[in-house]
Design a protein around this ligand. Structure first.
Ligand SMILES: Nc1ncnc2c1ncn2[C@@H]1O[C@H](COP(=O)(O)OP(=O)(O)OP(=O)(O)O)[C@@H](O)[C@H]1O
Length: 232
């Protein structure tokens, strides 16, 4: 229990396969995974650099790895720690077109499917799984589930930490409901084109899944636990 309570950060790297455009342009990948923890970087652009550099991370995934494998081996434990009483965040970082949206959409769906599976296996408790989504663009926070463009405000709550005021929270019914909400968010996001990505996100997106649970005999009383998993 003591170890579980410790704060922990894992750094995972996922390579993406070359796109059709890159293959047509005869580009080669500069990065190669040589085992589950190490990637090599061959700097083909720098003259005279004949030796590759090796970098070690908690886990690295080759370009031909599926999102399901990235989820199962890398993100599942973190995402599902929420059902064991630990808040968690999964944060994707990388240059344009590196595959952040592609990876996180998959991870969100697998996470929600597993949370529903957990809920169905624990009928002794009542659960509510809530979904909210915001976009941060030019320092402005917007609710991706609301068509009104009003800027949302942050507030520091002594008990709940940083809270986004008046953000829409939807209770998720099932996986199809999640897909509908993700489609609404995608339609609302600011998208532009970069030389590398025709549909590049111009903003940061934060999806927050909150799970509330209470023992069935205490239903409706102030006895529930609320935990959150954020996908950024
Ligand atoms: N692992 C992968 N396998 C196959 N295609 C991928 C993979 N990762 C990304 N792609 C494709 O590469 C393109 C760019 O990916 P994506 O839009 O996810 O990048 P991004 O990092 O979110 O970019 P931006 O920051 O510009 O929004 C998309 O067409 C996506 O479908």
């Amino acid at each position: 229990m003591a170890a579980a309570r410790e704060e922990k950060i894992l750094v995972l790297v996922r390579l993406r396969p070359l796109s059709d455009k890159e293959i047509v342009a005869n580009e080669v990948a500069d990065w190669e995974c040589i085992n589950d923890n190490t990637i090599l970087y061959r700097n083909t652009l720098r003259e005279g650099s004949t030796f590759p550099s090796a970098y070690t991370f908690d886990r690295v995934f080759r370009g031909d790895c599926s999102t399901k494998k990235v989820y199962q081996d890398g993100a599942k434990e973190i995402a599902l720690s929420v059902v064991n009483g630990i808040n968690s965040s999964i944060f994707a970082y990388g240059q344009t077109s590196s595959g952040k949206t592609y990876t996180m959409d998959g991870i969100t769906e697998y996470t929600v499917a597993d949370i529903f599976d957990y809920i169905n296996r624990h009928e002794e408790r009542a659960f509510v799984l809530k979904f909210s989504a915001i976009e941060i663009y030019n320092e402005v926070i917007r609710d991706l589930l609301s068509s009104d463009n009003t800027q949302l405000r942050l507030r520091d709550d002594p008990e709940r930490g940083t809270v986004v005021e008046k953000v829409t929270e939807e209770s998720l019914k099932d996986l199809n409901h999640l897909k509908e909400l993700l489609a609404i968010c995608e339609a609302q996001r600011r998208i532009g084109e970069t030389s590398l990505n025709e549909r590049s996100s111009r903003s940061h997106q934060i999806i927050r899944l909150t799970i509330e649970s209470s023992a069935r005999e205490f239903l409706g009383k102030e006895n529930s636990t609320t935990l959150a998993a954020s996908v950024v």
